[in-house]
Design a protein around this ligand. Sequence first.
Ligand SMILES: CC(C)(COP(=O)(O)OP(=O)(O)OC[C@H]1O[C@@H](n2cnc3c(N)ncnc32)[C@H](O)[C@@H]1OP(=O)(O)O)[C@@H](O)C(=O)NCCC(=O)NCCS
Length: 198
Amino acid sequence: MNGPLVVIAPLPQVLPRGRERVELQRDHARRAVWASAAAQGSPIAELRKDSEDVPQPSRGWHWSLSHSPARVAGTVWPSSIGVDVEERRDIRPDLVDRILDAEELALFAARGEDGFLRTWTGKEALLKEFGVGLQALSRCRIVRVAAQELEMRFDDLPRIVHQRLFADHVVSVCTPEGVQPSFVVYERPLESRREVAS
Ligand SMILES: CC(C)(COP(=O)(O)OP(=O)(O)OC[C@H]1O[C@@H](n2cnc3c(N)ncnc32)[C@H](O)[C@@H]1OP(=O)(O)O)[C@@H](O)C(=O)NCCC(=O)NCCS
């Protein structure tokens, strides 16, 4: 492994409702970040965000997390990083048009893929790496599609988004070129922030 460890874990099967559910999702996503930090020997101390919700580095380490209805993903790394996880589901056609342009659609179609969730999570991971929100979506572009990665541009800046495509979800992580992440998938919800990925 020469890059960040991305920790993926399920949420508990029985979840509270409303605000409590959101808090639990956020807590579990932070456990994934701590598990990644512990496994990498990162001294990251606090998971603070700025007023725009952008994660702030701690002791020189950056972090990123994502929560979906059924699972969480989190990672840390000494330079900026972005991670996203989404479950496979039926997609409204108008959403496809919003997320993928014609050239991007053609790149996936040539591979016999619809590309929607790969694009969604890939662009989310890219936006997070740059610490910007959805208003910057049009600045993200896919220029090449491979089995487990997307070559992307944020404006003219090249980035590789590494992806793991599971039966019911997709995970994307955006790293600088040449930095290869690894992934660990937990079968059970993470118990505490001290749990160490192995
Ligand atoms: C906020 C956003 C960055 C991600 O939202 P999301 O995919 O719904 O949620 P995720 O769980 O994957 O990620 C949320 C986490 O991203 C982080 N985050 C929020 N804003 C961020 C930013 N500007 N830069 C980096 N990270 C950010 C936070 O840690 C947040 O979790 P927290 O509130 O528990 O700390 C943004 O892209 C968004 O609002 N997306 C809405 C969904 C959508 O329409 N996506 C289009 C597909 S491209």
